[in-house]
Design a protein around this ligand. Structure first.
Ligand code: GDP
Length: 359
């Protein structure tokens, strides 16, 4: 049974929307956790009738969403993301927060697993009532996977989770997607500042609001050196005017701090820095502006993806596109001319019936 089938089987047992909503926004406890899990299963279903229900659910939860602090956490496999999220999550529970943990991992379909999918991970956090952990949704495209996680985030907020941690693997474009759905984006690094550091500098570093150097317990000197090196490179990036223009305008210089996810060292300092950042963003209006831009970008991205999907599904396009593509590849046709022909075919045929919303 594929993951999508599992999702659909779960939706078959879905309670009616009003009772699902009541349980979701009702008192914290096992019934709410079950409702939250079911609601996310509904969001992940690809069936058109489920999608209508899911959209109604999102409409209904919107007024109750948005209050959480959304924190993105990224880093290469093995850097210690799970360990960090679990230690941080447990610390936040002790402080009275309700923590939700979500993941974005577009590779999970290929590798057959997903981050957070392994039940042995985050054992101590996952058994806690006040925590909710959801593995990465399955999906073929990063956009699709990210969409489900963004929607799940809203539902977690409606269920009263006041901190949402979104974990992603530090490969490909998933960092950009997670930075685009969170209020604070944290990049995790290892103390061995070497080639790897050079590689991440090129793009992802500019997304970071905070950088943590994990496993500082293994080699404190190396962690201190990495801290200095990364701080220096961030300063240069800032001076060159790169990175998020909004954040630069607010003069937030990303902090770099050593931590040990394993023994908890530096976690309290880390969270204090997140809170300082969040307060500064609130004070300056950058928080609200960031969310507005994120929502706008999300909508545009989904329109683009939806149009592409409909275009590729149109019968006339499916019939002619391979020949047009071959002509371009063989040098018999100019690419822009071929693209216009294909678009004209789509426009003339109109969207296929299957792409229309069900009655
Ligand atoms: P992920 O792939 O980024 O989620 O990394 P994991 O959280 O699974 O951690 C990978 C390995 O590093 C595990 O064996 C952890 O126990 C170990 N690890 C994680 N954080 C630390 C740390 O702060 N110090 C040390 N010494 N080991 C750590």
């Amino acid at each position: 049974m594929s993951l999508a089938d599992t999702a659909e089987a779960g939706v078959q047992r879905m309670p009616a929307l009003p009772s699902l909503l009541a349980a979701l926004t009702g008192p914290a406890g096992p019934a709410q956790r079950r409702a939250l899990a079911k609601a996310i299963t509904l969001l992940e279903s690809s069936r058109a009738d489920h999608r209508l229900l899911a959209d109604a659910l999102l409409d209904a939860v919107l007024p109750r969403s948005g209050a959480a602090l959304r924190v993105g956490i990224s880093g290469v496999p093995g850097v210690g993301k799970s360990t960090f999220v679990e230690s941080l999550g447990l610390m936040l529970l002790e402080r009275g927060h309700r923590v939700a943990v979500l993941a974005v991992d577009p590779s999970s379909q290929l590798s057959g697993g997903s981050i957070l999918g392994d039940k042995t991970r985050m054992e101590r956090l996952s058994v806690r009532e006040e925590a909710f952990i959801r593995p990465s949704p399955a999906g073929h495209t990063l956009g699709g996977v990210a969409e489900k996680t963004r929607e799940a985030l809203l539902v977690c907020e409606a269920a009263g989770h006041d901190i949402v941690l979104v974990e992603t693997v530090g490969v490909g474009q998933s960092e950009t997607a997670v930075a685009g759905m969170t209020d604070c984006f944290v990049l995790m690094q290892l103390p061995n500042a070497g080639d790897e550091l050079q590689a991440i500098k090129r793009g992802v570093m500019e997304l970071a609001d905070l950088v943590v150097i994990n496993k500082a317990d293994l080699d404190r000197d190396a962690a201190t050196r990495a801290q200095a090196q990364i701080t220096g490179s961030l300063r240069i990036a800032g001076q060159q005017g790169r990175g998020d223009p909004l954040r630069l305008a607010e003069r937030w210089t990303p902090l770099v701090m050593p931590v040990s996810a394993l023994d908890g060292q530096g976690l309290a300092d880390f969270w204090a820095a997140v809170q300082r950042f969040a307060a500064q963003q609130q004070r300056t209006g950058a928080h609200a502006e960031r969310r507005r831009r994120q929502n706008e970008a999300w909508m545009d991205e989904r329109i683009t993806a939806g149009l592409m999907q409909r275009f590729q599904a149109a019968a006339a396009v499916r019939a002619e596109l391979p020949a047009l593509r071959a002509a371009v590849l063989d040098g018999r046709m100019v690419a822009s001319v071929a693209a216009r022909r294909a678009l004209d075919l789509y426009a003339a045929a109109g969207p296929p019936a299957a792409a229309s919303p069900p009655p």
